[in-house]
Design a protein around this ligand. Structure first.
Ligand SMILES: [Zn+2]
Length: 510
């Protein structure tokens, strides 16, 4: 892989940024940083989805025009990701002019080629979901998500011949078992495709909804919001020119939460097939964060807002928790108690203590000046180095497999080893013996190498901390990349220790 086109879903602007959005952003940001550090040409796309019934309703409830409403909420998403230090390359809004033109171009082409037809439709429609339901999908006659009775709607609409791509999609999923991953979600998509795949209604009559992209071949209709939204992924690639599209689009890695598996796993690939475009490389699907206090909702007052978390705990600590606590693909529990426990145990104690002990000893024994390494390393020096090499190798394979929690486990296992190395070599005892001064200098040199390696390994996950570590070591980015033992020249001065992660006292312990 020498290119990566990474995407988050474009978030629907009927809610403000919360934990679910933030997790996807943090995951993609981590992958983007990791790719860039490996010399992969990386493009990171995010944005907002701004059309449809729900937006029109929310704008009306707020007493503003839909455009004013989406401007505000989209701006809020963007400023939140900026404040969180998310390194996206492009922020698309489905109300962008280039996107509207692109959607209309695709629709016109598909219509010309007979992939879209006009027909009558009647069915049970949930406004909350903006989709029709079959009787079978309802629970006690109600929408399974909204617990409301759907409306019976009869209307004429335009349809995309999705059904005719059913067999081809099944064949692709069999040929490319990694297309949708982890595997459980591929199996879910295959299960959906065991039922006959119906054609997709891709329009809404203006009589019912005007807030959308007008169909290029019929002024009485606007485009169904999902058809419009999914096209954001290729719309931005197309905007950047033919060469970009050809080079980057086939390297697309979509990241989504499991609630939008069907549109991404079924609608989108069939739309790409109909448009004659290559499929995405992977659809990467993650689970839900489950709150201790039940489902996250405004009325319960347990909505997790990213900027509040950043202000209270620091962005890196929050990122660490999200990536360490959830196994990608599965659900995970969120609680502040668990977050504080992780911060205190893993960050304050384990990582923070190692760094401050090493720098404090370096300062106290050698006024911060790095001592030379002799050519004869002790067995424990090799072990320490090898443990970090192993951690880096494991980290790279785990991130490639989207096992972020395992990648961090590997780093922390090397960290544990470094803390044991201090106990084992006991520089604080040796320093009392004038004949062992040189050995103390070597031990600390190896420990500084451990801190330097940590700065490199943690950079994709905890970018601020990584920068802080290299600043404490007074090293440039280039010096972070060289092999163990070559990071410091003798006499180089490192900075005094500081507290990276203060322990958080909980009320219970006070
Ligand atoms: Zn619904």
């Amino acid at each position: 892989m020498n290119r990566a086109y990474l995407t988050t879903p474009i978030f629907y602007v009927n809610a403000e940024p919360h934990l679910g959005h933030t997790y996807t952003m943090v995951v993609v940001d981590t992958v983007a940083r990791w790719c860039r550090s490996r010399g992969v040409e990386t493009f990171f796309l995010t944005g907002t989805d701004e059309h449809g019934d729900k937006i029109a309703e929310a704008a009306e409830a707020n007493g503003v025009t839909p455009q004013a409403y989406v401007d505000r909420i989209s701006g809020l998403f963007r400023s939140t990701w900026d404040a969180c230090g998310i390194t996206y390359d492009h922020f698309i809004r489905t109300t962008d002019e280039h996107h509207k033109r692109y959607v209309q171009d695709v629709l016109a082409r598909l219509h010309e080629r007979g992939e879209i037809y006009f027909g009558e439709y009647e069915g049970l429609y949930c406004v909350g979901c903006e989709r029709f339901y079959t009787e079978k999908e309802l629970v006690d006659g109600k929408c399974p998500d909204h617990r409301t009775t759907p409306e019976w709607i009869e209307e004429e609409n335009y349809f995309f011949r999705m059904g005719k791509y059913q067999e081809r999609l099944v064949a692709v999923l069999n040929e490319r078992p990694e297309l949708v991953r982890p595997e459980r979600y591929r199996n879910e998509v295959l299960a959906m495709l065991r039922e006959p795949l119906e054609d997709l209604c891709i329009s809404r009559p203006k009589a019912r909804l005007t807030w959308g992209i007008e169909l290029p071949f019929d002024k009485n209709f606007v485009t169904y919001v999902w058809f419009d939204a999914l096209l954001n992924y290729t719309s931005v690639a197309a905007l950047r020119g033919e060469e970009f599209f050809r080079d980057y689009w086939p390297c697309a890695e979509h990241f989504i939460a499991k609630d939008i598996l069907k549109p991404h796993g079924v609608y989108w690939p069939t739309m790409l097939m109909a448009a004659g475009l290559p499929l995405y490389d992977h659809l990467n699907v993650h689970g839900y964060w489950v709150m201790d206090s039940g489902k996250m909702s405004k009325s319960l007052g347990n909505v997790i807002r990213p900027l509040e978390m950043k202000a209270r705990f620091g962005m890196d600590a929050f990122r660490y928790f999200l990536l360490r606590e959830m196994a990608f693909g599965q659900d995970a529990k969120f609680s502040e108690e668990a977050l504080v426990t992780r911060i205190n145990a893993d960050l304050a104690n384990n990582l923070g203590n190692l760094v401050s002990r090493v720098l404090a000893m370096q300062q106290k024994y050698f006024a911060g000046a790095v001592q030379p390494l002799s050519s004869g390393w002790a067995a424990e020096d090799f072990e320490l180095r090898d443990k970090f090499i192993q951690a880096e190798n494991e980290l790279n394979s785990y991130v490639a497999e989207l096992q972020f929690h395992r990648a961090l486990e590997s780093v922390w296992s090397a960290l544990d080893h470094a803390n044991r190395y201090i106990v084992q070599t006991a520089p604080f005892t040796m320093i009392k013996d004038p004949e062992k001064q040189a050995r103390v200098g070597e031990v600390l040199h190896h420990l500084l190498e451990a801190v330097r390696t940590l700065s490199r390994l943690l950079a994709p996950f905890m970018p601020d901390t990584a920068r802080e570590l290299s600043a404490l070591l007074a090293l440039s980015d280039d010096a972070l990349r060289v092999p163990w033992g070559q990071g410091f020249v003798a006499g180089h001065k490192v900075n005094p220790a500081k507290v990276l992660f203060p322990r958080i006292e909980t009320d219970a312990k006070k």
